[in-house]
Design a protein around this ligand. Structure first.
Ligand code: GSH
Length: 213
């Protein structure tokens, strides 16, 4: 299986953490979204041009981070960490939390990031203010959850934790959460996970190289 991704992308980090948690081998295919030619070439494979994407034998073609993780869970059932609970109600709650993180945390962080790298006359202060408002609402409700759970959906590590790492990593700069003691403590726990440490080992030099450009 080939995983098309870029380590700087939070949705790619989400899927990488899942691969590492489950101990599943894959062939990495790095996509540099900042390289227009490379992005155009990638759009021939996947016209939406989004990463991550999982491809493989027998026309395997799985876009969307959450669907990739669901695919891994189904195909490698019983291997490594169970990232989506088997019990239906717990699975629905977990999917709901994952969706809330994607839409109302990660996507908002991406709005802040892409706005911050635009020339000032192209920035959109209204969109930025709305993203900050959404993040504040989500962080306040998450802080309450983390007071009672070790991880994001329960005391077990799950797909929601995979989804949260990248968003919180960038939130440290873009929408700091230090006033939320329970999110801060949760993020410190997340950073101790072997799968997350492995992602950080690839991420930190890549970010350093991007800053040098
Ligand atoms: N809903 C998608 C979101 C993926 C996404 O937005 N990826 C970003 C990088 S983090 C991307 O590919 N952006 C390039 C583009 O939109 O052209 C998922 O869960 O995989």
């Amino acid at each position: 299986m080939k995983l098309h991704y870029n380590i700087a992308s939070p949705y790619s980090q989400k899927v990488l953490i899942a691969f590492y948690e489950k101990g599943i081998e894959f062939t990495p295919t790095i996509i540099d979204l900042s390289n227009k030619e490379e992005h155009l070439a990638y759009k021939k494979l996947y016209p939406l041009g989004k990463i991550p994407l999982l491809t493989g034998d027998n026309e395997l073609f799985v876009p969307e981070s959450g669907i990739i993780i669901e695919y891994l869970e189904n195909e490698f059932s019983g291997q490594g960490t169970q990232l989506i609970p088997r019990e239906k109600t717990a699975a629905r709650r977990t999917h709901l939390r994952e969706r809330m993180i994607d839409l109302y945390v990660t996507d908002q962080i991406l709005i802040l990031y892409f706005d911050s790298i635009k020339p000032q006359n192209q920035q959109n202060p209204q969109a930025v203010a709305k993203a900050h408002d959404t993040l504040s609402i989500l962080f306040t409700s998450m802080d309450k959850d983390f007071a009672s759970f070790t991880y994001a959906a329960s005391n077990d590590f799950s797909i929601v934790d995979c989804a949260l790492f990248g968003a919180l990593f960038y939130a440290q700069q873009l929408h700091p959460f230090t006033e939320h003691a329970d999110i801060t403590a949760y993020f410190a726990r997340l950073m101790q996970r072997d799968s997350v440490k492995k992602v950080l080992t690839e991420l930190m030099p890549a970010l350093h190289a991007m800053q040098q450009k």
